[in-house]
Design a protein around this ligand. Structure first.
Ligand code: C5P
Length: 219
């Protein structure tokens, strides 16, 4: 049953604009939306709060297997607590990237991710949606953008929120995360062989969304 439900997988590096694009594509089609990065962030938050270290793979997997996050619109709750903002801090971002290298943790999140596949369809955003989690996705998109363009976008987002930021530090951080995501042996960040690749450095979000919807109509 679930495999007949269409999935659009949108993968790519940190700050490539995947999240916004995936949400808009989902809204345009009336599909569900999975922010898989949020699941890694939730585990990172729990680990930081409970004193589990980034290299304790089995304990991290245990946290992942037992957490019961609740997605309500664009809010995320954990055990009745709204953690939407708590999982977006730089500390949690760094921890999420570090723990995501562990195969047992990734395996523990697999079923939870697959459970988001419900009619009429799903748009899933992450690093391994097209390669590992939904290899039979109807459309796979690999969204990239230059480090400069991504650092610039993140800089604007932080400044808009009143959070002080520095472009050079953001670029260095993006490079470090790209490196970790691409080099890890468990589900490394790479385009699926059958993915449509799109460089969004010089494109507006609307253009990226329109391109993906156009591809989806043709597959
Ligand atoms: O996409 P986002 O930045 O929220 O993801 C947080 C971290 O989780 C990333 O740095 C990445 O290392 C990891 N991640 C992953 N696989 C996914 C989604 C996120 O390894 N499918």
């Amino acid at each position: 049953m679930s495999s007949s439900v269409p999935v659009i997988a949108i993968d790519g590096p940190t700050a490539s604009g995947k999240g916004t694009v995936a949400q808009r594509v989902a809204a345009a089609l009336g599909f569900h939306y999975l922010d898989s990065g949020a699941l890694y962030r939730l585990v990172a938050l729990l680990a930081l709060e409970r004193g589990v270290a980034a290299d304790e793979a089995e304990q991290l997997a245990q946290l992942a297997a037992t957490m019961r996050p609740h997605f309500a619109g664009d809010r995320i709750e954990l055990a009745g607590r709204d953690v939407t903002d708590a999982i977006r801090t730089e500390e949690v971002s760094a921890m999420a990237s570090r723990i995501a290298v562990h195969a047992p943790l990734r395996a523990a999140l697999l079923e939870l991710q697959k459970s988001f596949r419900r009619p009429p369809g799903l748009v899933a955003d992450g690093r391994d949606m097209g390669t590992v989690v939904f290899p039979d996705a109807r459309l796979k998109v690999y969204l990239t953008a230059s480090v400069e363009a991504r650092a610039e976008r993140r800089y604007k987002q932080l400044i808009e929120k009143g959070i002080p930021a520095n472009i050079a530090a953001l670029s260095a951080d993006l490079r470090a995360r790209d490196e970790r995501d691409s080099r890890r042996s468990a589900a490394p960040l790479k385009p699926a062989e059958d993915a449509y690749q799109l460089d969004s450095s010089a494109l507006a979000i609307d253009e990226v969304v329109a391109q993906i919807l156009d591809w989806y109509r043709r597959v």
